[in-house]
Design a protein around this ligand. Structure first.
Ligand SMILES: [Zn+2]
Length: 125
């Protein structure tokens, strides 16, 4: 993968760390989005998206990291004949499953805050 100056292609955060390569998928760690994988085709697809859609993808990836799920690999399109050892989602799939209403988003945000805190006074970053 060739990201500009090691910036996250989804949220633009610096300090993107490459953590591994599996076939055509480069796994990275972003301080905002968390760990995820990306193919070159998905990287190109991301470059055509509006900031709002990139924010939806970043939120979904961050949520999966908070839940402790395995890092998702982003593909431009599905390859049903291919069996991979990690979860795969397409860029458009993530955008289309983003909660459509404010109340749905608030519900998910509260669940994520709950996962991030052990006590009522916990500091959440
Ligand atoms: Zn990011």
């Amino acid at each position: 993968m060739n990201t500009k100056d090691d910036l996250c292609p989804i949220c633009g955060a610096a300090l993107l760390t490459e953590i591994g390569l599996s076939g055509r998928v480069q796994f990275v760690a972003c301080p905002t989005c968390g760990e995820y994988g990306l193919t070159d085709e998905a990287l190109w697809a991301l470059q055509t998206l509006q900031a709002e859609d990139k924010a939806k993808i970043s939120a979904c990836l961050r949520e999966q990291n908070i839940r402790g799920d395995d890092p998702v690999a982003l593909f431009r399109e599905h390859h049903p004949d291919r069996h991979l050892e990690f979860p795969v989602r397409t860029v458009q799939e993530i955008i289309s499953t983003f909660p459509p209403t404010v109340s749905d988003r608030l519900d998910r945000a509260l669940k994520n805050l709950h996962k991030c805190s052990n006590t009522l006074k916990a500091l959440i970053r």
